[in-house]
Design a protein around this ligand. Structure first.
Ligand SMILES: Cc1cc2nc3c(=O)[nH]c(=O)nc-3n(C[C@H](O)[C@H](O)[C@H](O)COP(=O)(O)OP(=O)(O)OC[C@H]3O[C@@H](n4cnc5c(N)ncnc54)[C@H](O)[C@@H]3O)c2cc1C
Length: 266
């Protein structure tokens, strides 16, 4: 049994936003972090590894520096990593991204009791489309918003968190699950993990490695294979700081009522 976890390196939104003239993000100029939901997906996989002794592989599509993120995840406990990287993949929207990642997972191979984990959503693109699209393209059953996962034989039972309650679903493997932060608290890297990470295997899957997969076609990947285009990107203006009124006397109450009335709140 193996678990393939799709992880994305995302711009650190607490830092500077750099935008290319065509509206795409200039990721090379921005600080990066591991997408938060993906950390929960990795932790879920490592927990199942602790319990069942399976193999955990981390997979990302991104530029060569994404190797650093994969090494960090192997220092946390993942066994190996796949870096899907090539100029032909640049400019991909979610449709093309999921096409390329699906081809990579298909090339790596999915056996009967394997699971694919994704985060629910990436904090930059924020669409939550990539996981479900990968499942569709690989004809895998999928469960989204996982807040608890249990595996028995070739089925997993997943508790989903919805806006108004929970839903429990039993699904056969191989399948794809998208994970949310309520699932767990990600572990830290260990000192021994940091020492071992550079000895663990890292496979680069470039265009040549994937081009014979039926999902890969120049018309389904990269900018040309992307049905959507970014019109513009910008940093939203900062909100004005809040106003504090101190005191509990009538004058302060009248001042507060005046401000609320001016804003048509009362
Ligand atoms: C119109 C458009 C044009 C774009 N053009 C560019 C561009 O030119 N250059 C560019 O770098 N980006 C571009 N992007 C962004 C890029 O397509 C998205 O970052 C990517 O498709 C993932 O979408 P998302 O961030 O919404 O992920 P979501 O769907 O929110 O992510 C859900 C989960 O899918 C998995 N996942 C998502 N992306 C990856 C990945 N790359 N590797 C591994 N797992 C992943 C993770 O598990 C993640 O938690 C574009 C996006 C759009 C909408």
């Amino acid at each position: 049994m193996k678990i393939l976890v799709c992880v994305k390196q995302v711009p650190d939104t607490s830092g500077r936003l750099a935008v290319n003239p065509d509206g795409t993000l200039n990721r090379a100029l921005m600080q990066t972090i591991i997408n938060p939901d993906d950390m929960n997906a990795v932790e879920a996989a490592l927990k199942l590894k602790d319990e069942l002794g399976c193999r955990v592989s981390v997979v990302t599509m991104g530029p060569p520096p994404a190797e650093g993120m994969l090494r960090e995840l192997m220092a946390m406990g993942a066994d190996d990593a796949y870096l899907v990287s090539g100029r032909e993949f640049g400019g991909s929207d979610t449709y093309a991204t999921s096409q390329i990642i699906a081809a990579a997972l298909d090339t790596i191979g999915l056996d009967e009791d394997d699971i694919v984990f994704c985060g629910r959503q990436a904090i930059d693109g924020d669409t939550a489309q990539v996981g479900p699209q990968i499942a569709e393209k690989l004809h895998l059953p999928q469960v989204t918003y996982a807040a608890d996962i249990k595996k028995e034989g070739n089925t997993i039972t997943v508790k989903r968190i919805l806006e108004d309650g929970y839903m429990t679903i039993k699904v056969k493997t191989p399948c794809l699950v998208t994970c949310i932060k309520e699932l767990n608290t990600p572990r830290y890297m260990t000192v021994s993990g940091v020492f071992e990470t550079y000895a663990k295997p890292m496979t680069v899957l470039d265009y040549n490695a994937l081009k014979d997969n039926p999902l890969i076609d120049k018309s389904t990947i990269g900018l040309n294979g992307s049905p959507t285009n970014i019109l513009t990107s910008f940093t939203p203006p900062q909100k004005e700081p809040g106003k504090m009124l101190e005191g509990s006397d009538m004058k302060t109450c009248e001042q507060l009522a005046g401000i609320l009335a001016e804003k048509h709140i009362i």
